[in-house]
Ligand binder design. Structure first.
Ligand code: 6R9
Length: 572
């Protein structure tokens, strides 16, 4: 068995075994000011507290894109987030209201997101690629009152038939669309005070974020997290990211996804680190350039990105000085041993895999800088958390047997509900005492977990989690499409790509133009990352007698594998 031993150094988690025996989440509470004052707000702990403790002049945010290059201290962040908080307050936003943030990465996104949390609102970050229907589904389900956006995206926000929606706040200096619902962010921010009086104290069990994520059936689910999650954001950023105050840290994930908030905002700033945010799109040159330019020390990214960097010409790598890096991590999909070997080769560092989910709020199974890595394994549970492989009845399975990856329920950052959908929430906890993740895995004799796959049909493509149902529903809205089934097809770079099987309406002709048109339809109506890279026309699709598309049969067709039990298939 291949093992990469720990590299020499001093780390925030020195002795994993010892910590697993002795650790209790009560200990983490002492790191927060509410432990002394009783006053709780995750945004306060993330930003203001550093100012109150004399770290106001430290750089909090290093932002850049093709046009902007800006630096903000914790004091600056405090002022800006206070202004955003005042803006929301003056509009009459109340505790618990849902405020959506639909913007590409920019400093304003961070001001507004944290400002909304300061007034006790629940923020709903939306990825910038979402189109009108995807935005509508999320606004509708959450009954959001407010959405903050940019001029480029504002036309994708529907405002008919959304009775709860009161305000569309638009960033940037330009004329607003006509209508009372539109408000200028710049104007309101400029006019707002920077004082502390808009900050609301909340309860540890009050919500602060609602991340919509995809399952295999039904609409996207609103995963609801509470302020208490900060314990685990803070502690895992210390143990796993190994963050210290002098680190320059770069998490490449967008805040539209959970990694971009838990570890793009809260984890690093709760620990007082400097956070790099790079706007714009991925390119190997740009990414290596970002590490070089800011002397990034800790880098958290995803397998797809590493694989794309692997495929880039060597000259791109050689152009940049990456010697500032001291710790590299990965999340979102299986990290191939080959990528870990490549990382060792080119960075002289191990890439540390981490496993968690939107629903879990923070990291649960990880590799640690002070511990050996087995390339291909996700690592071992963090101290304070128990994980196991269980069968469908909740029995723990012995080492090396594959089963459901489950976590002992009750860790600090565990989701507290699925918005408006208690039955869905309960499904995760159907086995007494356990959270069942939907992933299959096994555990080896040394306690390392090995990912095997998802046991539902959720597709992980380029690190993004896409539900086949949302795409299928959109596909059948296309006038030529009668039925559609969507699967993830294994792909060397992206992990999986989206493949759609489509049965056309009678009289429709199969053609490459039609495929292109259907792709465009998904791109403009749903989201670019939901577009099926491959489309295959079929006369009819395999369905159960109750009319459900049998995706596992489509998958078997695709992979040339046996189709398994077809007794529920409708053969008409
Ligand atoms: C944080 C995040 C969750 C799903 C999860 C699993 C897959 C995440 C992984 C991994 C293999 C890893 N996943 N980390 N698979 N190895 N280290 O990604 O959340 O978008 O909700 O996705 O991602 O299938 O169930 P989310």
């Amino acid at each position: 068995m291949e093992v990469l031993e720990a590299q020499q150094g001093t780390y925030q988690l020195e002795d994993y075994e010892k910590m697993r025996e002795s650790f209790d989440w009560e200990q983490t509470k002492e790191a927060f000011s509410w432990h002394r004052t009783g006053k709780v707000n995750i945004a306060y702990e993330t930003i203001d507290r550093h100012v109150d403790e004399g770290r106001g002049n430290k750089t909090a945010l290093l932002y850049s894109d093709a046009k902007r290059e800006e630096r903000y201290t914790f004091q600056d962040m405090k002022d800006k987030t206070n202004q955003a908080a005042h803006m929301f307050k003056e509009m009459g936003v109340e505790k618990g209201e849902r405020i959506f943030i639909f913007m590409p990465r920019s400093p304003e996104l961070y001001f507004v997101l944290l400002g909304a949390i300061k007034v006790g609102a629940v923020v709903g970050p939306l990825f910038e690629a979402f189109m009108q229907d995807a935005v509508r589904a999320r606004l509708e389900d959450s009954e959001a009152t407010t959405i903050v956006t940019t001029p480029d995206l504002v036309s994708r926000i529907p405002h008919d038939d959304l009775p709860a929606l009161k305000r569309i706040i638009v960033a940037g200096e330009q004329d607003l669309p006509a209508g009372d619902i539109f408000i200028s962010l710049d104007e309101k921010m400029k006019a707002a005070s920077t004082d502390d009086s808009a900050l609301e104290w909340v309860d540890l069990e009050d919500g602060f974020i609602l991340h919509y994520t995809s399952g295999s059936t039904g609409k996207p689910k609103g995963v609801y997290h509470v302020h208490h999650a900060m314990l685990q954001h803070y502690q895992t950023a210390k143990w796993v990211l190994d963050l210290r105050e002098d680190d320059v840290y770069w998490c490449t994930a967008d805040p539209g996804w959970v990694t971009g908030t838990s570890y793009g905002i809260f984890g690093p700033w709760l620990n007082g680190a400097t956070n790099v945010v790079r706007g714009g799109r991925f390119s190997p040159d740009d990414w290596y350039g970002t590490i070089d330019k800011y002397n990034v020390t800790v880098w958290y990214s995803a397998p797809t990105a590493f694989r794309m960097l692997m495929a880039a010409p060597k000259e791109t790598l050689d152009k940049h000085d990456l010697s500032s890096l001291r710790h590299i991590l990965s999340v979102g999909e299986p990290l191939n041993p080959e990528v870990v070997r490549w990382g060792w080769d080119v960075f002289q560092h191990r890439i540390h895999d981490t496993w968690w989910m939107t629903e879990t709020g923070a990291m649960l199974i990880c590799n640690y800088p002070s511990e050996p890595i087995k390339p291909g394994s996700m690592g071992r549970p963090i101290p304070g958390v128990d994980a196991a492989i269980i069968d469908d009845h909740g029995n723990e399975l012995p080492p090396n047997e594959m089963g459901n990856l489950a976590i002992k329920a009750g860790w600090p950052s565990q989701m507290r509900k699925i918005w408006n959908n208690e039955p869905k929430f309960n499904e995760y906890f159907a086995i007494e005492g356990w959270y069942v993740s939907g992933d299959t895995a096994y555990r080896d004799e040394d306690g390392y977990f090995w990912f095997q796959g998802r046991n539902d049909d959720v597709i992980m493509t380029a690190g993004e989690r896409v539900g086949p149902f949302e795409i299928e529903s959109k596909l059948v809205e296309h006038p030529s499409v009668a039925e559609a089934g969507v699967i993830g097809k294994p792909d060397e770079i992206r992990g999986h790509i989206i493949k759609a099987f489509i049965a056309l309406r009678s009289g429709e002709e199969e053609s490459d133009e039609l495929k292109e048109e259907i792709r465009k339809f998904i791109k403009t109506e749903l989201a670019a990352h939901a577009v099926p890279r491959e489309i295959e026309f079929k006369d009819k699709l395999p369905k159960t007698r109750s009319g459900k598309i049998m995706r596992r049969v489509l998958k078997a067709w695709e992979l040339d594998e046996p189709t398994g039990d077809l007794s529920t298939m409708d053969d008409n």
